[in-house]
Design a protein around this ligand. Structure first.
Ligand code: UDX
Length: 462
């Protein structure tokens, strides 16, 4: 097993290049991966989009890419965001600038170290950067920041199109169970209703292509959680697959928060009863309209359960938004807290948390599972529907809040989780938490995969 990366001929250790996608849910796992590799003795260079730049980590080299490119249409917004369209534009706009930056970095490395970097690890959504790396002779590894089930679904997408199932022809088809992808239904494969079908097809093809054209695929998941799906990926991509999650646990917990977290909520949680508080957060991109915000507010207030609710500054879309309804603050004084960004992993790990109302971004889903917290699922777009489906049907650690976002519905959902069915779900979540804890220990599946990954990186031709 590789404990520490051996030195290069010039006496230095090998350098690994990384390029995350410039969104919160992608920056964190890539920087955590950087931390894992750095701890094994590899030197680290992080290429990153000039917008949404990550916090700098001491000892790493950071290279901004694409300063000055227009960014207004590169950050998806809305409850049903066109994530795929934004991804294609990011690729198109950053490819040229990345080629220039990569050439420079390769030259510098040769001048100073006499050795080329071992490889580039890139987000699987950055296929255009992989093409550049191929052209310049740099081997690539791909980090999938989503779950294994999601990649399996992306791999199956073209076959569903060939069968005429996608895009769905009419509403009645949406509930159709997909026999090859249980427990998914056709509707879980409609990743956004604002993205044209052709754009979605291209985007997913490129993700799968990036995996197949790499020297290996790294996933932020673990074998005991998604063993079946991981085997399907191994069969499908034809390159080594490394399941090394949960990355936030296997690394030293490095984070790169694009917003500053309100730490006072941890003091507030200290004063609450064990397992009593509902944590409500919809990640870094999803938003709601003003009416949904009002319904959510009254749903929380009427449930009479303690809550910690994250409302980002851009959490409400549409015109004329006015914020929280009159009377809400008075009604929930002492039982509820609203913050604009929370230290989510610490919150989920706090003994006062009894449940998590989430949009089921993969990081949030994984963090909830690894802290043993059951979930109310309200997916918005992209992989979130798949993750929610697995939470409800496979891991059985939560349930989807279906239908219109309406106060009565919300109140019932909260009471179901915290007072009625939550206990069973929490027991199952605790079991998964134990498995997550075991897999990152010496000899555990993820720790073993890190060894194999470091060996793979060190053996790539220089
Ligand atoms: C996006 C997509 O929406 C998601 O579907 C995909 O899987 C990853 O990229 P995002 O919506 O931001 O991610 O959600 P998520 O994957 O859950 O990541 C959010 C991250 O921000 C988590 O690591 C979470 O801990 C952190 N966070 C969130 C905070 O630190 N504080 C908060 O208040 C909210």
């Amino acid at each position: 097993a590789a404990e520490k990366a051996p030195a290069t001929a010039s006496g230095g250790t090998r350098r690994v290049l990384l390029f995350p996608l410039p969104f919160q849910g992608h920056l964190n796992p890539m920087l955590q991966l950087a931390d894992v590799l750095h701890a094994r003795g590899l030197r680290v260079t992080v290429f990153h989009a000039a917008f949404n730049a990550p916090d700098r980590v001491a000892g790493y080299h950071f290279v901004p890419v694409g300063a000055g490119v227009p960014t207004a249409d590169l950050v998806p917004t809305g409850s049903n965001a066109d994530f795929a369209g934004a991804l294609l534009r990011i690729n198109e706009r950053l490819q040229g600038p990345f080629e220039d930056s990569l050439r420079e970095v390769l030259q510098e490395e040769e001048d100073h170290e006499g050795a080329r970097p071992a490889c580039l690890v890139l987000d699987s959504n950055l296929r255009s950067m992989q093409v550049v790396a191929d052209r310049l002779g740099v081997p690539t590894l791909v980090l999938r920041t989503g779950g294994a089930a999601c990649l399996v679904a992306y791999m199956a997408f073209p076959a569903l199109c060939d069968k005429g199932l996608l895009p769905p022809q009419d509403h009645s088809q949406l509930n159709l169970p997909l026999d090859d992808l249980p427990p998914l239904r056709l509707q879980d494969m409609v990743f956004s209703t604002t993205t044209p079908h052709e754009t979605m097809t291209t985007c997913l093809e490129r993700i799968v292509e990036s995996a197949k054209c790499s020297s290996g695929v790294i996933l932020n998941t673990f074998n005991d959680l998604e063993g079946v799906e991981l085997r399907k990926i191994i069969d499908g991509v034809g390159v080594p697959v490394y399941a090394i999650g949960p990355l936030y646990k296997i690394s030293s917990g490095v984070k790169s928060s694009l917003l500053s977290s309100d730490q006072t909520c941890l003091d507030w949680l200290d004063k609450q009863e064990a397992k009593s508080v509902l944590f409500v957060s919809f990640g870094s991109l999803a938003s709601m309209d003003q009416e949904e915000l009002v319904e959510t507010a009254w749903g929380l207030a009427n449930s009479r359960m303690p809550f910690l609710w994250v409302i980002r500054p851009d959490a409400v879309h549409g015109s004329g938004n006015v914020g929280l309804p009159d009377g809400f603050e008075e009604e929930t004084q002492g039982t509820g807290m609203v913050v604009s960004w929370a230290p989510q992993q610490d919150v989920l790990g706090h003994q006062a948390i009894g449940g998590f109302w989430t949009h089921n971004g993969w990081n949030s889903t994984l963090e909830s599972i690894c802290e043993g917290v059951p979930m109310i699922c309200r997916p918005h777009f992209a992989d979130q529907m798949i993750n929610a489906r697995y939470v409800e049907e496979v891991w059985k650690v939560g349930f989807e809040l279906e239908g219109k976002l309406e106060r009565g519905n919300i109140e019932r959902g909260i009471r179901k989780l915290l007072c009625e069915e939550g206990g069973e779900m929490r027991r199952r979540a605790d079991d998964l938490k134990d498995k997550a804890t075991r897999c990152i220990k010496k000899g555990g599946s993820s720790q073993t995969m890190v060894d194999l990954l470091v060996n793979c990186i060190m053996s790539l031709p220089s």
